[in-house]
Design a protein around this ligand. Structure first.
Ligand code: GLN
Length: 319
């Protein structure tokens, strides 16, 4: 099957126009800063593995990256430790439970399940080398995100303060991880790094570049930089496919056909291996904390293209 760039652009435009009037969902209310973001913001960005960009709507607005950053730091520890060790120290399984579940920690015997829920993501921040040095770890985290996006994120100070002042559940998670020996550095320092990375401002354009880098086997199509080993790309895509939408991941994969990761800032980032990365942004969320319009627009786009990760046809994009 051959797809032209024009067909992709048209599918994106149609999907965007169709979903634009969609209402429903509410901004994340448990983080005061996010509750006040304009709910009408809406952007869709696609980056093909050849570097072609398709941007519609608010793709340059800097929103809180939130849980999408779990993907970036999972890539960092995969680079630093390798796939085997990450599997052993954190895991690669779905929890089937909400992103901030304490119950999930108690159910697992010896590891936090996946770097893509809060427990595993805090654990991942604890693993970032050099351990013991918060500033140096932060520099690694930001550099890695910059490499994946092809440009630097910017800390949203107000969001960081807002999250730090209200992250009681995550504090409990961090201490529980300590209790079960599933955190590998100072727990409060690891939590602070996690909170800070969640508070980075990012654009839909930057997230679609990250997704395209994963889809392209670790080389950023915009900068040409090899950010990670090609062998890690299927590992990170499988983590996203297993738990990217938390307790609604199965429904998402079944209906959309594309592995994607959400964040409560309203961002969604999807990876179509070998073809493209896609990102949508719209603040109102469903009950599981996933962007309502973000999901709808990516689903509509995929349906229009008629492709999906579980379909067996070979797809090539021609110009
Ligand atoms: N910083 C948020 C939290 O830990 C991220 C959650 C999310 O995006 N699902 O609660």
């Amino acid at each position: 099957m051959k797809l032209t760039i024009d067909q992709i652009r048209q599918a994106a435009q149609e999907a965007y126009q169709e979903v634009l009037p969609l209402t429903g969902g509410v901004n994340a209310h448990y983080i005061p800063f996010l509750a006040n973001i304009d709910p009408n913001l809406f952007g869709l960005s696609i980056t093909l593995v050849d570097g072609t960009k398709i941007n519609l709507g608010d793709t340059k607005y800097k929103f809180g990256i939130e849980s999408v950053s779990k993907v970036h730091t999972a890539i960092l520890i995969l680079k630093q430790y390798g796939a085997e060790k990450v599997l052993k120290m954190i895991g690669a399984d779905a929890t089937g439970l909400p992103f901030n579940s304490i119950f999930a920690i108690l159910l697992e015997k010896d590891h936090p399940s996946t770097p893509l829920v809060n427990a595993g993501a805090i654990s991942a921040c604890s693993m970032v080398i050099p351990t013991g040095d918060s500033n140096a770890k932060w520099a690694e985290i930001v550099q890695n995100i910059t490499d994946l996006c092809g440009s630097a994120p910017e800390l949203l100070e107000e969001l960081y303060e807002s999250e730090s002042a209200t992250n009681f559940n995550n504090r409990a998670i961090s201490w529980l991880l300590k209790n079960y020996n599933r955190i590998y550095d100072d727990p409060m320092m690891s939590l602070d790094l996690y909170t800070r990375q969640c508070s980075l401002g990012i654009t839909a354009e930057q997230l679609s570049a990250t997704a395209a880098t994963i889809a392209n086997g670790g080389t950023n199509p915009l900068t040409g930089k090899a950010v990670f080993e090609p062998s890690l790309a299927p590992k990170i895509t499988s983590l996203i496919a297993a738990v990217g939408f938390y307790q609604t991941t199965g429904d998402w994969m079944y209906t959309s056909g594309i592995p994607a990761k959400s964040g409560v800032g309203g961002g969604v980032m999807g990876v179509m291996p070998g073809l493209f990365g896609i990102s949508a942004f719209a603040p109102p969320l469903d009950d599981a904390g996933n962007s309502v319009k973000g999901q709808a627009v990516i689903k509509a786009f995929m349906q229009k293209l008629g492709i999906g990760i579980f379909q067996s046809q070979d797809v090539t994009i021609v110009s």
